[in-house]
Design a protein around this ligand. Structure first.
Ligand SMILES: NC(=O)c1ccc[n+]([C@@H]2O[C@H](COP(=O)([O-])OP(=O)(O)OC[C@H]3O[C@@H](n4cnc5c(N)ncnc54)[C@H](O)[C@@H]3O)[C@@H](O)[C@H]2O)c1
Length: 442
């Protein structure tokens, strides 16, 4: 593996609650003013070796990881406010936890977004990319085509890298959830078809997020999709990632309710209890909640959140236990709670002789506080994967994602069980560090 020397640029799509909480936490931590709690790369330990030889080491002692001191942040957003203003607006962190790094945050000024309002109708920012055009009525501005968006984003990445003296750059999507874009057999199945559609400005099938992913990969940057968008879930982008030998990961940060679900469902499965239904609902009031209040945007999230259970509690393997359970997920926009999401899970289970029981889980969490360490880990680990020569879908990052990517063309299934995901993660760290993967996951 190449060493993590030099600066690692982290270019974040979106300068909202998650992005600013992530950046502020890193800047505060490297001043020694806070602790990066919840981050696997900063805290988790992996056993290497066996018997008397065994040792438990931090990830950074096994593989070369970028240090927090070497991270440089940049971002894009449809609103022009700098990261300090955006962090204050998000109201996730107290001023006393933002102000010590105010100057550094103020220097993070978003670049204009590659944006299409049809993909997030609730957003009204106008800090978006335009092209100068000479029309009959005189000079004006026009919305760039999808291909032009790609070109403008590529220029942004090149400029950011040069201006900040970055050795490497990772692009992380922490922007709003787009409307649901189903995988299209024709447009999304090959890189050639995707490029034709981008050049023809096919706005129905090419979401702005695909332009970011495309630009990142062509510029030699790993790409992580933190929202449930289809973006990197399509063969065309897999082909590009393989062609350019860049790693990709997605999708949808696993933070609150789904983290609990992927950790709790294995209890039911391991004890061979039956499941009749799992109802998950939650309230949240941040801008993410506002965007998800739009049915077409919620649909994208719903598909992502629903996928968790069926790969853990499998009907075909245990028809008596899991053939007919009812799984429902609701998200309700409720402004008073802002980022402090509250979730309720009602689980109807069945025991000996079919007798019913219930489990209730009430999680009072903080969305962005849970998401920030996941952002850090995804960025550091996908950078490590790139330096190790890994490319294409990075299944070992499934641990951090609600709806993990997998190559369905090869019959792969998503792994959603939190403990299996942890095993895959630890094995990848071992392998990248030159040790043998030594825990089976089956
Ligand atoms: N916080 C969590 O626990 C969590 C978990 C999983 C996924 N997510 C996802 O992470 C994303 C960010 O969440 P958040 O709470 O920070 O939301 P947010 O609304 O605070 O921030 C998102 C930002 O993205 C910007 N944006 C939208 N489209 C853009 C584009 N095309 N280009 C550039 N910027 C764009 C918006 O203007 C906004 O400032 C959401 O998609 C959310 O669903 C969050």
């Amino acid at each position: 593996m190449k060493s993590a020397s030099g600066k690692l640029g982290i270019l974040i799509v979106g300068n909202g609650a998650v992005a600013t909480t992530f950046m502020t936490g890193v800047l505060m931590a490297r001043k020694g003013l806070t602790k990066p709690i919840g981050s696997m790369t900063q805290y988790d330990k992996v056993r290497v070796g066996h018997g008397a030889e065994r040792r438990y080491l931090h990830y950074g002692d096994i593989i070369s990881l970028a240090s927090l001191d070497d991270l440089v942040f940049g971002c894009w957003d449809v609103y022009p406010q700098n990261a300090y203003q955006a962090a204050v607006y998000a109201q996730v962190l107290r001023r006393e936890d933002i102000d010590p790094v105010r100057e550094e945050l103020e220097q993070i000024v978003p670049m204009k977004a590659a944006f299409d309002k049809n993909y997030a109708k609730r957003l009204d920012g106008d800090h978006v990319k335009r092209l100068a055009s000479a029309s009959l009525s005189g000079a004006g501005e026009q919305i760039p085509s999808r291909w032009e968006m790609v070109e403008l984003l590529r220029e942004d990445i090149q400029r950011f890298k040069a201006e900040n003296g970055c050795d490497r750059v990772v692009v992380l999507w922490a922007a709003s959830t787009e409307i649901y874009v189903p995988v299209d057999e024709h447009v999304h199945s090959s890189l050639a078809a995707l490029e034709v559609a981008m050049k023809a400005d096919d706005r129905k099938h090419i979401a702005p997020s695909m332009c970011y992913a495309y630009a990142a990969l062509v510029e030699g940057c790993p790409f992580v999709m933190g929202a449930p968008n289809t973006t990197v879930d399509i063969p065309a982008i897999w082909e590009l990632a393989e062609k350019n030998r860049m790693p990709i990961a997605g999708k949808d940060f696993k933070t609150g309710q789904t983290l609990v679900k992927s950790g709790f469902a294995p209890i039911i499965g391991t004890r061979c209890l039956g499941l009749d239904g799992w109802f998950s609902t939650n309230i949240l009031g941040n801008r993410d909640g506002l965007v998800l209040d739009e049915p077409e945007n919620f649909r994208t999230k719903e598909v992502s959140k629903l996928s968790t259970l069926e790969t853990i509690l499998k009907a075909d393997e245990q028809p008596d236990l899991y053939s007919d359970y009812y799984h429902k997920v609701r998200i309700n926009y409720y402004p008073p709670r802002n980022d402090n999401k509250e979730s309720w899970d009602n689980i109807d289970i069945r025991g000996w002789m079919g007798y019913p029981m219930q489990i209730k889980i009430n999680f009072l969490c903080r969305d962005s506080i849970l998401a920030a360490p996941v952002c850090l880990d995804l960025c550091l680990l996908i950078d490590a994967a790139a330096r190790d020569g890994r490319y294409g879908i990075q299944r070992f990052l499934s641990f951090f994602l609600k709806s993990p990517m997998h190559d369905y063309r090869r019959g792969e299934e998503a792994v959603n069980n939190l403990y299996q995901q942890h095993t895959i993660l630890k094995n990848a760290i071992r392998e990248m560090g030159g040790y043998e993967a030594d825990e089976e996951m089956d």
